[in-house]
Design a protein around this ligand. Sequence first.
Ligand SMILES: *Cc1c(COP(=O)(O)O)cnc(C)c1O
Length: 466
Amino acid sequence: MTAATKITLSESELPTHWYNIVPDLPHAPAPPLDPATHQPLPASALSSLFPPALVEQEVTRERYVPIPAQVRDIYKLWRPTPLVRARRLERALNTPARIFYKYEGGSPSGSHKPNSAVPQAFYNARAGTTRLFTETGAGQWGSALAFACTQFDLPCAVYQVRASYDAKPYRRTLMRLWGADVRPSPSPHTAAGRGVLAADPRTPGSLGIAIAEAVEDAARVPGAKYALGSVLNHVLLHQTVIGEEALLQMRKADASPDVLLGCTGGGSNFAGLSFPFLREKWAGGHDATVRCVEPAACPSLTRGEYRYDFGDAVGQTPLLKMHTLGHSFVPDAIHAGGLRFHGMAPLVSQLLHEGVVEAEAIGQTECFEAGRLFAKCEGVVAAPEPTHAIAATLREAARAKETGDETNILLAVCGHGLLDLAAYDKLLDGSLVDFEYPREKVSKAMASVPNVRQEERDKAASGTAP
Ligand SMILES: *Cc1c(COP(=O)(O)O)cnc(C)c1O
């Protein structure tokens, strides 16, 4: 075991390929369905939203996808990212566990999101897209895409969830600095936004509503396309650069993980870290437990149903087979805005359904307390989202203390929280609250999830390639 605290890689060790988990899955993924007919959607149907290269990556069965040289060049502004042994945290916890964290907070926008924003902007620019529309919850994805688009002189418009638009003015500044047009969602720009505003003018908005607005605009504006920061296969694919680096770094540290932890909003940072490790696990390389950590206020994996649902709030997107709380569910305004999504990546959902990965839900006060300890010990102020993985790490470290096991914990600290200090202020003031599991809101939202008929489900389950 290396004595190093920071395990770094040289630029020449930056991965050359992304890893696609699909060909290695125990079962073929259930295809996306047409929202109107409930029939498997042909890949060509995605072409109105995404450029050809991303449509191809969405459905590819190739195990490795080369990272374009232009994308690697931009990655090199902050990649490879460090893997850090959290020795001071270990000492504070008096645990025999060894804690390693992969830190993505050093990217231009401060999270893992540019790992997918850069290739998405690249492929769109190459295909002649005139403008990219997107949505952003916490502001992380919007700022990542704004940065990426400006690298390729591609105009970008961002629908920012109202609650975050009001609470995070500095995210808006970042997006504008990088040239994006930022609009609070729900907005009067779109039919979807106008509908929601008519029903509830004071709504805090949700990621599902903002997605509906961006998709509507992308369809309406000539030459425009849409970009999504999580959930879809191609986004998870791009994020695997995290796990490929971490694999090399754990090898350099001469350590094999026993537990892997990542927070899950749409599943991309979790997938990015864990998928390359799952490949190694299936090849007999290690036997780590791999676990998603989600907010108790938006517990799609631990309390949701595994079934077809829409990705947006109004039912425009293809139906995805995933763990869902119902597309019309609007979660309480927890500070981890990036984890306020009603659904989950189909690939992550399938892995949970098939018992390959686990999931746990944690309330936000426990998470922010963990974030405070992490900041004190390690110096890094984590974004509210990865404090979920940190809280799960503390639980794991306490277990190791009880059993005396020298457990190797690997977690994703997927972003910094320097633009989320208002949330930490609440913790320090003692005004941070936990939200109960919103049982009634979820039952109401689940009632509006479409019933995909059984024979269509069977057809889908037989793995018809889209
Ligand atoms: C967007 C975001 C998340 C949630 O998205 P995933 O796709 O689940 O990774 C988590 N943490 C940070 C810092 C984010 O920006």
